[in-house]
Design a binder for this molecule. Sequence first.
Ligand SMILES: Nc1ncnc2c1ncn2[C@@H]1O[C@H](COP(=O)(O)OP(=O)(O)OP(=O)(O)O)[C@@H](O)[C@H]1O
Ligand SMILES: [Mg+2]
Length: 225
Amino acid sequence: MIRLENITKIYNEKVDDTKALDDVSLKIEDGEFISVMGASGSGKSTLLKIIGCMDSPTSGKYFLDDTEVTAASRSQVHKLRKEKIGYVFQHFALMDYYTAYENIELPLLAANVKRKERKRIILKQMEHLGILSERNKLPGKMSGGQQQRVAIARALVTNADIILADEPTGALDQKTGREVLELLKEINKSGKTVIIVTHDEGIAKMTDRIITISDGRIVGDSKER
Ligand SMILES: Nc1ncnc2c1ncn2[C@@H]1O[C@H](COP(=O)(O)OP(=O)(O)OP(=O)(O)O)[C@@H](O)[C@H]1O
Ligand SMILES: [Mg+2]
């Protein structure tokens, strides 16, 4: 379970006091499939990064399962992130000089998984996502849809409970975007919590719950209706 209580995020407190997130409270149950919508700069990526334990709020409390992340030590937060979170970054964020296989391998290396086991997990995941034939290619030689699948595979290999995807369809044509969304839906059906950021209302409608933010505040939540 994810629970945010009065979360505020100000990036540069000394320089300006623009609130990227402004008093956000939110509860997300295990296994939900959620989209976050809002204009550019409204705070969507900030919200996702805080949920993903990649950044900490300026004030407020964040609970992830039994842990108060905002009260945990750095090493505890690091461990939580490694074990529970799979993150698909805005614009893929693949390593250009690493092959598809090597990109997907990164979180497994960080988790000290043995070589043989890494290979087994990676090939299985690549096969499942239909990118096995791309395994020795560099990202620059792949299509946008294939790159996004590599980014999704990388988020999945550690078997995280929560998959966070920042505009997973943003750089894709409509058809490929739908395919990637179907894939995320399938991942949700397998029992994982999936939260995506999107600008596309058609994509948002394919999820079970739409959260809308504007100027750092939640202004709409289809679950609250
Ligand atoms: N690292 C940072 N340092 C300073 N300000 C930041 C930083 N990241 C984001 N901001 C600011 O915080 C606000 C929210 O940014 P955020 O990236 O969360 O928006 P977004 O909704 O994801 O936008 P987009 O749709 O363009 O990706 C914006 O005003 C942005 O300029
Ligand atoms: Mg963003």
